[in-house]
Design a protein around this ligand. Structure first.
Ligand code: THU
Length: 130
């Protein structure tokens, strides 16, 4: 799978000296292009950014706004799953049935949807006036 290869490659560039947990993410946008991101940590720990956030920023900077599918890979024993904040970030540019692939380095890949990862999430409808 090309998303897996792209995410594994960018993961190697992750800057994670504090957690030693490198993460790679790859998005296929509506046009079919692939955008990648890795986590970038900071000595001021909360300032670090997740791999998903980097991939989303690259997609937006290129003028695209729709995630067709996204894959996340890390090197832990269990397949990595996006943090709560990243679930919210992904859902901004996806629909409930958009696939999210959770991968480990062996190429074991689990498919879930963003709707299942973030049920009853905060969305644009909540901003509407009564
Ligand atoms: N991290 C990601 O980049 N994406 C995830 O889906 C889970 C967590 C990063 C944040 C931090 O740099 C490191 O993994 C450990 O939490």
């Amino acid at each position: 799978m090309d998303l897996f290869k792209a995410a594994v490659a960018v993961r190697k560039k992750a800057y994670a000296p504090y957690s030693n947990f490198q993460v790679g993410a790859a998005i296929r946008s509506a046009s079919g292009k692939i955008y990648v991101g890795c986590n970038v940590e900071n000595v001021a720990y909360p300032e670090g950014t997740c791999a998903e956030a980097g991939a989303i920023a690259a997609m937006i900077a290129d003028g695209e706004t729709e995630i067709s599918e996204i894959l996340v890979v890390a090197g832990g024993a269990a397949k990595v799953s996006p943090c709560g904040g990243c679930r919210q970030k992904i859902s901004e540019f996806a629909s409930a049935d958009t696939p999210v692939y959770l991968a480990d380095l062996d190429g074991d890949i689990e498919k879930i949807t963003i709707g299942n990862l973030l049920p009853a999430g905060f969305d644009k409808e909540h901003l509407e006036a009564k």
